[in-house]
Design a binder for this molecule. Structure first.
Ligand code: TA6
Length: 387
């Protein structure tokens, strides 16, 4: 299923040393201020487009960031986790907006003034919960999910990188990013008290372990921002090779699990987009060599059989109607190309009625990223829409 693309085709999502990749600038500043316990001024880009220097400086003044660098160790003991959480709180917590806690595994808890919350585990940088002001959960975690860091968290928003499914050189389905502990490199909250927008930035850098599986120098950053009405997920990959010609090639996805009332209720639960006449790969027919077909409807329903489709080069938004008069908009605001829609049907009889995955992805054609500081940026926004 590997299809190679030229540099030219990926150009729109690649940028070099630009303000659109401020997560990396933040990281660099964090390294310079290592061990400082004082918050320092900085900025995180919230825009998918390039900012002019003036706009950039204005954004810097508006936002406050706490940053630092604390190296974390996967599968730590409960006391090590408790120490880590204490250190993370002293370095990164922001009263009423950002705190660190631990159940079986450490996570950051974001709270918006309007009552929304999000919970992002360091393991896999998985945003496993996003609640509305009403307390309603938007995401779904499977009943078989483990939080002991022995396997990827089965639910929430796992990050598939550096390959989606088996589309890449690795034997590990969906790559290793969802199966490693990420490092916290910064938190922020807007100083405007009416619109605090708490955010956390995490990083995963190549190391000995990743190089055994994928022999490349890279750094990923993932920034989750809790907006008044949106969950913004910005995933970036930097090629750390010195040579421009030393390209990174990867496939990736944000594998969003979204809760629905009853997936078998096809009148009220379905994924809708501008799909009619579009190309898609149907993994239900053949998971290893999915046929390339043309979709003849504008919606995907569930409940009859396994649904596992990759819609190629799609429009930027799909709506998942969840069955209670609301829909979740899954919007690609930068970088992604495809949408994956998945419901396991009887492969998961205990939970398939309760969720569907609608995923922003570069699932088929790999991103090709030159070396010498080039960065690929993607951004997904989830919004609950009342119909
Ligand atoms: O995104 C859909 C998919 O690739 C399916 O093919 C299915 O395997 C699913 O992901 C779940 O994968 P996982 O390894 O998390 O069980």
């Amino acid at each position: 299923m590997r299809i190679f693309s030229s540099k030219e085709e990926n150009k729109h999502a690649l940028q070099k040393k630009t303000h659109a990749f401020l997560s990396f600038n933040v990281r660099e500043r964090a390294e310079r201020s290592r061990m400082s316990t004082k918050p320092i001024s900085s900025s995180v880009s919230s825009s998918s487009s390039l900012s002019s220097p003036t706009r950039f400086r204005a954004a810097q003044r508006r936002r406050r960031i706490r940053q630092h660098s604390i190296v974390t160790k996967a599968s730590s003991s409960p006391s090590e986790n408790a120490d880590l959480v204490a250190n993370l709180n002293s370095a990164f917590s922001i009263p009423s907006s950002v705190s660190f806690e631990c159940d079986s595994s450490p996570y950051v808890y974001l709270t918006h003034k309007n009552g929304c919350t999000a919970k992002v585990y360091l393991f896999g940088a998985n945003c496993a919960s996003w609640t509305q002001p009403s307390g309603d959960e938007v995401l779904f975690v499977r009943p078989d999910a483990k939080f002991d860091e022995s396997v990827p968290i089965a639910g929430g928003i796992p990050i598939c990188f550096p390959q989606f499914g088996m589309n890449g050189p690795m034997s590990q389905q969906h790559g290793f990013a969802r199966n490693m502990r990420w490092e916290v490199i910064g938190t922020s909250a807007d100083v405007n008290p009416d619109d605090p927008e708490p955010a956390v930035m995490l990083s995963l850098k190549s190391n000995e372990e990743t190089k055994k599986m994928w022999p490349h120098d890279f750094e990923c950053t993932y920034e989750v921002t809790l907006r008044r009405d949106k969950l913004k997920c910005e995933f970036c990959v930097k090629n750390c090779a010195e040579d421009l010609k030393d390209e990174l090639e990867f496939t990736a996805a944000l594998h969003s699990y979204i809760e629905v009332v009853d997936a078998t209720d096809s009148e009220n639960v379905y994924a809708k987009g501008n799909l009619k006449g579009k190309s898609y790969m149907d993994k239900e027919i053949d998971a290893k060599n999915p046929p390339l077909l043309t979709y003849d409807k504008d919606r995907v329903t569930f409940g009859m059989k396994l649904v596992d489709s990759i819609f190629l080069n799609t429009d930027s938004e799909m709506l998942l109607h969840v069955g209670n008069g609301a829909a979740v908009s899954v919007e690609n605001t930068a970088g992604w190309r495809d949408f994956v829609v998945w419901n396991p049907h009887q492969n998961m009889p205990q939970c398939y009625k309760q969720f569907a995955c609608v995923e922003n992805a570069c699932a088929v054609k790999p991103v090709v990223l030159p070396g010498d500081g080039y960065v690929w940026k993607s951004e997904m926004n989830l919004t609950v829409v009342t119909l």
